[in-house]
Design a protein around this ligand. Structure first.
Ligand SMILES: [Zn+2]
Length: 354
């Protein structure tokens, strides 16, 4: 499969064998390969080694069509991907056929995430032309949650009745019910789950990631997220130090992370501290790293504050002030426990009402 993600192979096979609608919505947690599954489906549909019609096997990888896709120059494939996501998905930089979704970006330094209406109009025009190589016309649109209301509306008619042999692959990293119902209802949904841990860890090791197990747990089991986070400065050493850094109120070591990453990391720390406080295993941090003791209501207070900040993490906060405040709260929450007598029994989750 394209992208070499072994865990999407069974799903690819199931998608190809099932009778598929002309528009699929591939959804699942961030970083499990929605984009790669979409490309692999496109390759299968356009592959010239398969019988014409509805191919039931993955692309052969060697025919002219498969070569054109991998060279990013297939005339019947349109990949619509905002600039922001192009590098991380390895599908940007110089690929002429990639339609830049942000056609009117005024500031080149700030890469756009949005899919603008001009780009959707190009999709509509593309799907109305005849197939150059006679198999199909395929549009891959990622991530569909970046359609705004205007661009979503521009897509509706094509989504409902794609002209001729056009097929659309929409992918997203959110729950389908976060999308406009008008988009959702016109697509057949394909749900993607987290990959098996062992398979994901081996894949990460093959990408040159050390301590893959620790980082995979840190990401919540989302292997492509691990790679993205490493780019932003995550290491296993830093991750296992994180509880101590927060407890010491050390803001400096974390200042390089983008604010949404930092809030995510603190939410995971808070989650695990609460788990350990009630005797449950931690999920994101290695077992034994967090000690029982922190006061559960104080942790929950911190969690509420983190959740509130997470909802607004993309806002132009003063990141340094925000970071200091969040770490200080965490320091307070984690140190509360250190002062408790060891004999004190942790409260159960049931006794806490949010
Ligand atoms: Zn082929």
């Amino acid at each position: 499969v394209i992208g070499g993600l072994p865990w999407i192979e069974p799903l690819l096979a199931r998608c190809l064998q099932a009778q598929q609608s002309h528009a699929l919505l591939l959804h699942g947690p961030q970083g499990v390969g929605q984009f790669e599954l979409a490309l692999s489906l496109a390759e299968a549909w356009l592959c010239e080694d398969a019988p014409v019609g509805s191919p039931s096997t993955p692309g052969c990888g060697v025919c002219t069509s498969c070569h054109l896709i991998r060279a990013r120059s297939h005339p019947d494939l349109l990949v619509l991907l905002p600039e922001f996501f192009q590098d991380s998905l390895g599908w940007g930089s110089g690929a002429a056929e990639v339609l830049d979704a942000a056609t009117d970006k005024p500031n080149k330094a700030k890469k756009s995430k949005e899919i603008k209406v001009e780009a959707v109009r190009a999709v509509v025009a593309f799907s109305q032309t005849t197939s150059a190589r006679g198999r199909a016309k395929v549009v891959v649109l990622h991530p569909v949650e970046q359609l705004n209301h205007i661009s979503a509306n521009a897509l509706l008619k094509t989504l409902e009745e794609p002209p001729g042999v056009a097929r659309l692959l929409l992918s997203c990293s959110c729950a389908p019910d976060h999308l406009l119902p008008t988009i959702r209802s016109r697509c057949q949904a394909v749900s993607m789950a987290l990959p098996p841990t062992e398979m994901a860890a081996v894949w990460l090791q093959q990408q040159g990631v050390e301590d893959a197990q620790i980082l995979l747990a840190a990401s919540g089991g989302q292997p492509q997220e691990v790679l993205a986070w490493i780019e932003q400065g995550l290491t296993a050493a830093l991750w296992v130090q994180l509880p101590q850094l927060v407890q010491q109120g050390d803001v400096q070591a974390l200042a390089a992370w983008p604010l949404p990453r930092l809030i995510d990391a603190l939410q995971k720390l808070c989650h695990d501290a609460a788990c350990v406080a009630v005797g449950a295993p931690s999920r994101y941090f290695p077992a034994g790293l967090l000690k029982p003791g922190p006061d559960l209501p104080t942790l929950m207070q911190w969690m509420r504050e983190l959740n509130r900040c997470a909802r607004h993490a993309e806002h132009p906060w003063n990141a340094a002030l925000m970071l200091a405040a969040l770490v200080q709260q965490g320091q307070h929450a984690l140190q509360m426990g250190a002062l408790l007598p060891a004999s004190m029994q942790p409260r159960s989750v049931d006794s806490f009402s949010p």
